[in-house]
Write a protein that binds this ligand. Sequence first.
Ligand code: F6R
Length: 263
Amino acid sequence: MSEHFSVTATTGRTVRILVAESPARLGWAAAELLLQEWKAREGRAFRVGLPTGNTPRLFYSVLIGMGLEREIDFHDISTWNLDEYLDLPAWHPGSYRTYMEKHLFGFVNLPRENIHFLNGTTRDWKVTCNRYERLIRESGGIDLQVLGIGVNGHIAFNEPGTPGESRTRLVRLSERTVQENARLFPDPKEAPEFALTMGIQTILEAKKIVLLASGGGKANAVYESLCEPPDPRVPASFLQNHPGELIYILDRAAAAELPVPDE
Ligand code: F6R
């Protein structure tokens, strides 16, 4: 069971909200949306921007299931991950590349050459980031960007204080984000402080954006991202400036602070 409604953001734009009954349902809803977008691609390649983290795990599991059932074929999909830690080699257990191998890439027929990642071990981060931007543009742009949101309102690794015009670059992570991510490292002291990330403007150039959030810890960030004017204090609030379709898929706890329209 899920519930749909719309929220009018402070910029006047409408945002479609889908509230799923559970995190598992949230994963299903997100995978179903990707499937529908893929089916509507009309013979073109389909480019999807992907996040890591706890929230999208079930989304990826459902996509793997859809691949096994041959509902979706990944051969004409290309993926563009949002971010990667600096100085972690791709094979490191804490790298986002390893996360993606473990949760999606290792189990679907996605051609290896269609996987795009920021290289965290680059010797020149500016060249790497500019190249990523150029590749996205040259590929035709991202069709569907999937996002998570941090408890402090970050999207990708764009932390509070990030201007809306930011592009792919090197960033220092907030203390809170380093602490939250430390749980995913065998030795929490190993959690990196720096990362490469797509910028807010880069994200806003995707044709369609879907943001996933689960748990009460995200409720305030979700509320502020739509019901407070766009401001660097809450990087996700810049999503209100996205010219295309913007959809939020939430569980009940994450949706708790949103204004629900009268019946
Ligand atoms: C990771 C990323 C981050 C996460 C966010 C939420 O690639 O882009 O912005 O989406 O930190 O993470 P979880 O889902 O672990 O709460």
